[in-house]
Design a protein around this ligand. Structure first.
Ligand code: ADP
Ligand code: MG
Length: 918
């Protein structure tokens, strides 16, 4: 046995073998996921490193890549006590670092040689130890893998020195924990990534929190699905800088010391475990955001949940590996001695089992092995440093430490990227987007309303001012002309009175003379004065006419002014109309945005379904549905729905669906964009696979929309998914009648005639097969070419399609035979009329049991009726019936076939004619 580990040359060849898979992985799928490594100094590991993280990162693949546990041995120099006590003796080991070999002295003339991944002499610096042992692991963790760094060895050989040294007084002596955190902090971005730490001690199978001493019995929780272990009770501290981490290590160290003093033990008997969780978002930084006036549809198309990578680094400073005296001396009780060794010896047993490829690995034997489940034989990159001292007095312990390291080198891990979709952040992003759009919209609407109000008020003010001015001016003019008129009248009256007086006095004077000639001359005088007066009156009249004309002009002027005001009022109105139109446009825009938001949400819904389906398929290792039955059709669609109530996504999908609403989703079926239609029809198909939703879908007009898609869409995916949904709805009798009434058979037949994809044909055949099982629809279904359509689909030859066709035929035959028994059908089977018999006979012995079974049943049903017998005999169906009655593995079918054969006179006659033995 031991020779296996000593044979250097054979071991070297085994090393080169395990190295190879890490180099390159040409898997194209992996290449899509891998990201370019940043050109930081961190990524350039020294060539002496135990493994290449870059190679592992390039080789990301769901199946993982091989990654053997890497083991380095580190020798401590003689301490003062050894220098004195062992002064006369040589060291028990001799190192050949360049050959990566260690020689262990057996006696003065004989040594054993061992080979390690790295041999670190007493002169190796802490920096070199970090680079060789830890750095590749740290890089893997930053790339999203789990990683383990562990130290094993006798107490006093330098485990804590290697891992836990803070190096505050001498920076060069910083240990692996401190240097690892420096590298991690240099690589992560604290805005987008998260970095947390827990620090624990395992002593006597009890886990204590070194960051909270009162928390002294933490339990391990295992995820039953993934097998991942976690410690939900442990304190988790977010790390933002190196100082806070150093402080944390100091607190942990102080608590470890205090706890051990209380338990009256030393830290060498407990295991210290540091856990660092690094969660990084991969696409978060460059994922799509719509620009300010962004094209939302574009955004919808490129919508993808961001990906997060969760790497976990575990650093384990094991208890001293020396055998503890079972007798209970050295202050140990027997119980304690057993317990202290339990975890370490369980670890040894697990490593032995893994190294030997044993089928049973006793992981559950101790807390340590449960915690390190992923580190040995799991998915983590693991690096072990075994520490030894030079003293010949401890040769035995040193030898067993070396053997432990040798066995650990044979353990193979399968590195796996810890990557998942971050739906929560996608949902947050969408919420923010939605809020922004809503706020923006409300703001615009408010601005428009304000503007309209302002313009309306302004126009009203202008109108009322114009009206006021007009009235004032009118009144002023009226008063002026009234006054002028009154004055003119007054003047005329005065003049008239004066004339009258003048005439009276003249007449008196003339009367006293009483002379006719005088009268004549008097007549002449008065004539002249009348003429004069007339001229006067004429003048006045002229003046009057002129002033009236002036007033008219003034009135016209005012009228035109009013008209002008009216015009300006009208222009104010058109401005309002224009703004109204703009507001309407805005509202339309808003509705469109809301529609797109709904699309966005339905896409998210669909994405969640698909992601869930994918993860489920991955869990199950691919769906293993047999071809044929509608049951498998149903499960297939239904599987796309999250069933696991423990799954947090389900609630959010249900919520989302509630928000979007069935009507909205159905309205998306009529969208112009084919992508949107595809997403919508997938969502509807998913819903239709749940019996609960079916009535709702039909009630909301979903069935008509689905049928309409068959008629109008050119897209094969839409046809396939819509037909699947129709097939599911066609499970129910009422729906079957509705499908028939809406010309469903013709649409399905037409779609089948143009389809190439077997899955589309399977869905259509499934739908028709369901309709075939309805007694009331037989004649109509056949009349509209349903049977011909079924038979037409067998051209594709795919067993899933054939199974549905066979099921349809069996359903049809069963209904026919029922109708014939009840006397409602006479005459030959419509199946035979439509030429189905030859296909039935050809496939009666089909290799796929599900197809065969349906056809056997169909044959039995057909044979029940004497009218079919002649065609069945000439078509060769009798032979198949005879075969079924003898060979069919199902007894009920066998008996049915037998009974049918014996009860039919025509069959009996033919059989006896041919002398077939039965
Ligand atoms: P362990 O944790 O294995 O019990 P320690 O790390 O506590 O051992 O080391 C025991 C003593 O040896 C400490 O005083 C430590 O400083 C010293 N020591 C261990 N390794 C080295 C080394 N490589 N160089 C210098 N001193 C060392
Ligand atoms: Mg120690």
């Amino acid at each position: 046995m031991a020779n296996n580990f000593r044979n250097g040359s054979s071991h070297r060849s085994s090393l080169t073998k395990t190295d190879r898979p890490l180099s390159v992985n040409s898997n194209a799928k992996g290449a899509v996921k891998s990201k370019p490594l940043p050109a930081s100094g961190l990524r350039k590991s020294s060539p002496a490193s135990l493994g290449s993280a870059a190679a592992a990162a390039a080789a990301k693949d769901d199946a993982g890549v091989l990654g053997r546990v890497r083991v380095a041995v580190r020798l401590r120099s003689r301490n003062e006590e050894e220098m004195v006590a062992d002064a006369d003796f040589a060291d028990c080991v001799e190192l050949q670092p360049e050959l990566k070999r260690l020689k262990l002295r057996k006696n003065n003339w004989d040594t054993d040689t061992y080979e390690f991944d790295e041999v670190l002499t007493e002169f190796a610096s802490q920096k070199r130890v970090y680079e060789v042992v830890a750095k590749p692991v740290v890089e893997s963790v930053l790339d999203g893998y789990n990683g383990t760094i562990m130290a094993y060895g006798q107490t006093g050989t330098g485990k804590t020195y290697t891992l836990g040294r803070l190096g505050e007084e001498d920076k060069a002596s910083r240990g692996i924990m401190v240097r690892a955190m420096e590298d991690i902090l240099a690589d992560v971005s604290l805005e987008t990534d998260s970095l947390t730490v827990s620090y624990l001690q395992l002593y006597m199978e009890t886990i204590q929190d070194l960051l909270d001493p009162s928390n002294d019995n933490i339990s391990i929780v295992e995820d039953p699905k993934t097998g991942d272990v976690s410690l939900p009770g442990a304190t988790v501290v977010e790390i933002r800088d190196q100082q806070s981490f150093m402080e944390l290590l100091r607190i942990g160290e102080a608590n470890r010391f205090a706890a051990n003093t209380k338990l009256n033990t030393t830290s060498s008997r407990s295991h210290a475990i540091l856990m660092v969780h690094v969660k990084r978002s991969v696409e978060g930084r460059d994922s799509t955001h719509s620009s300010e006036n962004g094209n939302v549809t574009q955004m919808v198309k490129t919508l993808k949940p961001p990906i997060v990578r969760k790497g976990k680094l575990v650093v384990v400073d094991l208890a001293g590996s020396e055998r503890i005296d079972k007798s209970g001396s050295e202050g140990h009780t027997l119980e304690e001695a057993k317990s202290i060794n339990l975890s370490l010896s369980a670890l040894g047993k697990c490593i032995n089992a893994l190294a030997e490829g044993s089928s049973h690995v006793p992981v559950r034997d101790s807390k340590l092995t449960r915690l390190l489940r992923d580190s040995f034989g799991g998915t983590a990159r693991t690096s072990l440093v075994v520490t030894i001292g030079p003293s010949p007095r401890h040769r035995g312990e040193t030898a067993s430490t070396i053997m432990f390291g040798q066995r650990a080198m044979k353990v193979e891990n399968m590195l796996k990227l810890k990557e998942e979709f971050d739906y929560k952040s996608l949902s947050r992003r969408l919420d923010i987007q939605l809020d922004k759009l809503i706020v923006e919209n409300e703001r615009k609407q408010k601005t428009f309303e304000d503007e309209i109000e302002r313009i309306t008020i302004e126009a009203q003010n202008r109108i009322s001012e114009a009206e006021r001015n007009y009235e004032d001016a009118l009144e002023k003019e009226r008063l002026k002309y009234q006054k002028d008129y009154m004055e003119s009248i007054k003047k005329l009256e005065e003049k008239w009175i004066m004339n009258q007086q003048k005439q009276g006095s003249e007449r008196i004077m003339a009367g006293s003379k009483d002379d006719s000639s005088d009268v004549a001359s008097n007549g002449k005088d008065s004539m002249a004065s009348v003429v004069e007066e007339l001229a006067e009156v004429k003048k006045l009249l002229l003046k009057e006419t002129q002033s009236r004309k002036a007033a008219e002009g003034e009135v016209n002027n005012l009228k035109s002014q009013v008209a002008q005001w009216k015009r300006s009022e009208a222009s104010g109105n058109t401005e309002i109309v224009k703004l109204r139109e703009m507001l309407e446009d805005e509202t339309q825009q808003k509705n469109k945005l809301e529609g797109e938001i709904a699309i966005l949400q339905s896409q998210l819904l669909q994405l969640s379904f698909e992601a869930d389906e994918t993860s489920k398929r991955l869990d199950k290792g691919g769906s293993a549905n047999g071809p044929g039955s509608l049951d498998s059709l149903m499960t297939e669609v239904r599987n796309q729905q999250p069933k696991d109530s423990g799954n947090g996504e389900k609630a959010s999908i249900a919520k989302l669906f509630e928000q979007v609403g069935l009507h909205k989703i159905l309205s998306l079926l009529e969208a112009e964009d084919t992508d949107v239609q595809i997403h919508a029809v997938k969502v509807v198909a998913n819903l239709a696979s749940e019996e609960l939703n079916q009535a709702k879908i039909v009630e909301a007009g979903g069935l008509s929309s689905l049928l309409m898609l068959l008629r109008t869409s050119e897209d094969e995916t839409i046809h396939r998914v819509a037909a699947g949904a129709i097939a599911n709805l066609a499970m129910n009798e009422t729906n079957q009648e509705l499908i028939m009434a809406q010309g469903g058979i013709r649409l399905l037949s037409m779609t089948a005639a143009n389809a190439e994809d077997p899955q589309t044909l399977r869905m259509i055949a499934g739908a028709i097969a369901n309709l075939c099982g309805n007694d009331k629809l037989q004649t109509k279904l056949r009349g509209e070419g349903g049977i011909k359509a079924l038979l037409g689909m067998v051209r594709c030859g795919h067993p899933d399609v054939l199974a549905q066709v066979a099921r349809g035929i069996a359903n049809f035959a069963k209904c026919e035979s029922r109708a014939a028994t009840q006397g409602t059908k006479t005459g030959k089977s419509l199946l035979i009329e439509d030429g189905a018999l030859s296909w039935i006979v050809q496939n009666a012995n089909n290799g796929a049991s599900i197809i065969r079974r349906h056809i056997e049943l169909a044959l039995c049903h057909l044979a029940q009726h004497e009218v079919n017998a002649k065609d069945m005999i000439t078509g060769g169906a009798l032979w198949e019936l005879v075969r079924i009655s003898q060979d069919c593995s199902r007894e009920d079918i066998r008996t049915l076939a037998h009974r049918t054969l014996t009860s039919s006179p025509a069959f009996r006659a033919e059989i006896s004619r041919l002398r077939i033995e039965r």
